[in-house]
Design a protein around this ligand. Sequence first.
Ligand code: G3I
Length: 308
Amino acid sequence: TSLREEAAKKDIIIGSGAINPTYLDDPQFAAVLALQFNSLSPENEGKWSFFNPTEGYYNWNSLDRLVDFAEDHNMVVKGHGLISSCCNPDYVLNITDPAALRAAMTAHFEAFMLRYDGKRVNRWDVVTEALKTNGSGLNTNIFYNVLGSGYIADAFRIARAAGPDAKLFINENLVESLPSKRQELYDLVSGLVADGVPIDGVALQMHITEVAPIPGVITDMVNSYRALGLEVTIAELDVHTLNATLQTDIYGAVIEEALHAGITDISFWGFTDKHAYTWLLGAKPLMFTECYEPKGAFYAVHNAMANF
Ligand code: G3I
């Protein structure tokens, strides 16, 4: 069976992120994507500069292609990248007035969210990488510089106004492996909840390098956020190691614990090791070989899902 078939039995969203629409030109890529997954998310095409490079101008070609593909194959789409730490266009980077920046965010979010409203995009990464990579403070992006730490709450409020029924996530990296950053994210998110900020969940990127999260960490995160009324998802799993056995074990352990903890929304950051189809150039971090053969990692994920 495919991952998608196993997921359907248990009502699980199983997705591939990092989909660049040009990859769909490769019929094998498109076939595996539609066979194995019931969800996809864009790699960069949903980030600000990619479709809204100048004020008031929107190029929807790439995003439309992804959403159309998903509709044709009965898949859902996750809107990745409303606020990202990269890819902000000059017209945004040059804003110095807080009200003007909020207005730009409102126009950008409304354009993106309203275009795909009801068209299978109902989960959104509203703020990605709010925290510094190794923790200890917020990233100093344009939004932080102009609006201060309140930009995160502003972003969620603007997103809720544009998408009253959408699920809104904060997307963060490395919290599964860095205890202090894990606490920092929890403090940030619980503060948002206490302030009544409309947030629905925490999307764990899970770009793992060599070392599996300590057993129990994923479960603890799910439970602590559930106590706040929030959902936890895995948004961008990949495992960076050239040790195939270790990679297989890490994929299996993460998915097994995630499922048992109650996570029902899992995405990988791509699925083929084909060169340049993963951000980790030269690495083989994904579940299929460059020729689309399933690897040990695939079978480990499949077994975890089938036996759950
Ligand atoms: O499009 C420009 C092109 O015009 C230019 O000539 C070229 C020169 O460098 O750069 C191109 O942009 C690159 C873009 O990918 C598209 O290929 C950027 O430099 C490059 O930084 C960007 O990398 C992406 C990265 O996010 C940016 O932060 C990766 O493809 C993408 O996989 C990665 O994805 C992120 C998630 O969004 C958030 N979580 C972590 C994850 C991995 O870093």
